[in-house]
Every structure is written in structure tokens, then in C-alpha cells.
Design a protein around this ligand. Structure first.
Ligand code: OAD
Length: 248
């Protein structure tokens, strides 16, 4: 593993346009559970019953009570970990330009990353489905579920549900970043949800090096990614940044 960490640091030192794609795994060390695998949210609840737009439209109170309320509490308490901080440090060192994240927790921005594409939207804001008024999620009054806007409309998070399209501006910019970068760090994603999982494929096909950080193999491992550094995002990213700083 030490060799791979040194190799990643060296490649980051040489890269001119590095980018990162992150998934739920990067926030596990911030106490936000992932979706799949051990302890994953989809082990406990069926995403088609609680995270699909049709389910929300059918019964918003049920989705607020089972999914959104819980997420609100978990995300409100979460703090960036060494992986979020490490990516922000890479940006400050001029070694990383853009983070594309599938996460909605805002932890990259909290850590200091300034160019973050929130591929699946964000959870920091709720939007009224009738009048489009916005409210910060932390300010939503939960005494009535589903919470209602002053106009009587129902609030929904500004992230996407299954069955909804990726915000076009996020999709096109992510594809552009993926095609222009010369190094793509892929951290903490199972790479099973399209179209996000195609982002590293675009980078690979455009000639970039693709490095994965994950405790498990993924469908990208051994085909799309040049190598996998097996381990937790926080620990591995910290070691890479330390090794890089010794090189600069
Ligand atoms: P998943 O839950 O599918 O995958 C989490 C990944 O993180 C797995 O590959 C784990 O091995 C890895 N992992 C676990 N702990 C880790 C750690 N400490 N450090 C690094 N990696 C770790 O999450 P995503 O790939 O992000 O979409 O899921 C993609 C999308 O599926 C989500 O954005 C969400 C979900 O349904 C929507 O809700 C639209």
C-alpha cells in the first residue's frame, strides 16, 4: 500500500488538471452511512418505496418521516473528515481543480473545496413544490410533516430522487471536467449508479489516469481504474497529501 500511496502522490504532483469523483464512502468516517453494503441505508429501507420521485409524490409524509427526517438529523451533525479536508488541501496546493460529488451532505464545501459539482443536488435547501420558495433545511419546522411553505405547498429537498434527471448543467459540466482532466481520483463510490459511474470511464477514454480509493473492489477496479488503493478514504487521502507535501 505504501508504494501505491507514493505513486498517487507522485502522479498528483505531475498532474496538470486533476479532478475527483466522490461517493457516499467518503462521508462514512463523518458518521453518514453509505447506501449499499454493510450498514447501508438500502439494507434498511427499499429505495423504490422511499427514494423514488413517484413514492414522494404518492405520499410525501411517509418519505419525510422515514427518509428525509433521518437524513436531516444525520447531516446536521456531520463534520468533514480527513478525506474532505485532504481534497480541499489538494485544491489549496494547486493539485486538484474540481470535485464532482454524488453526495448531498455539503461536506466538501464545509472542508474548503471551492469548485464542487453536486451531481445529485444538495440537501442544504428545500424548495416549495408550488411556488418555488426556498428554505434552508436546518430552518424547516418539523412540527408538521410534510413541512409546508407559507403558500401551503409541500417542501422537497433540492437533491434528486430516483426517477429524476441529473440537473443538466451539473451533468454537462461533469462530463466536460471528466474529459479534460489528466488524473481522476475516485473515492468511496460503488460505481453502480448511472450516469455518475460513467464519469471515470469518460476520463479513462480521454487518456487520464484513474485512481480509486475504496476498502472494496468496484466494477471499475482492474478495468477502468489504473489501480485501487484499498482502505478508508480519510486515512488514505491523508497519507497521500502528506506524501505529496514532502515532494513539493
Ligand atoms: P454506495 O453506498 O453505493 O457505495 C459506497 C462505497 O463506499 C462502497 O464502494 C464502499 O465500499 C465504499 N466505502 C465504505 N466505507 C468507506 C470508507 N470509509 N472510505 C472509502 N470508501 C468507503 O454510494 P455511492 O456510490 O455514492 O443516489 O452511491 C451512488 C448513489 O446511489 C447515491 O448518490 C445515491 C444512491 O442511491 C441517489 O440517492 C440519487
Amino acid at each position: 500500500m505504501d508504494d501505491l500511496i507514493k505513486r498517487a502522490a507522485q502522479e498528483l504532483a505531475e498532474a496538470k488538471h486533476a479532478a475527483a469523483l466522490t461517493g457516499a464512502g467518503i462521508s462514512v468516517e463523518s458518521n453518514i452511512p453509505p447506501f449499499r453494503g454493510k450498514g447501508g441505508l438500502w439494507e434498511k429501507i427499499d429505495p423504490m418505496e422511499y427514494a423514488h420521485i413517484d413514492a414522494f409524490m404518492r405520499d410525501p409524509a411517509k418519505v419525510w418521516n422515514v427518509l428525509i427526517k433521518g437524513m436531516k438529523n444525520i447531516i446536521a451533525q456531520a463534520q468533514p473528515n480527513d478525506a474532505h479536508m485532504g481534497l480541499a488541501r489538494l485544491e489549496a496546493l494547486g493539485r486538484l481543480k474540481t470535485v464532482i460529488t454524488q453526495n448531498i451532505d455539503g461536506l466538501h464545501q464545509a472542508a474548503g473545496s471551492t469548485d464542487v459539482i453536486e451531481f445529485h443536488g444538495n440537501f442544504a435547501w428545500q424548495r416549495c413544490m408550488d411556488c418555488d420558495a426556498r428554505i434552508e433545511t436546518v430552518k424547516v419546522d418539523m412540527s408538521r410533516v410534510p413541512p409546508l411553505c407559507e403558500c401551503g405547498g409541500i417542501y422537497r429537498p433540492e437533491c434528486i430522487f430516483f426517477g429524476e434527471i441529473i440537473p443538466p448543467q451539473h451533468l454537462s459540466r461533469s462530463q466536460f471536467v471528466a474529459s479534460q482532466c489528466d488524473l481522476m481520483l475516485v473515492i468511496g463510490t460503488s460505481a453502480t449508479v448511472q450516469p455518475a459511474s460513467y464519469i471515470p470511464v469518460i476520463s479513462k477514454e480521454s487518456g487520464a489516469r484513474v485512481i480509486e480509493i475504496n476498502p472494496e473492489r468496484t466494477p471499475l477496479t482492474g478495468s477502468v481504474s489504473d489501480y485501487l488503493i484499498m482502505g478508508k478514504a480519510g486515512e488514505i487521502t491523508r497519507l497521500i497529501v502528506e506524501a505529496l507535501e514532502r515532494l513539493l
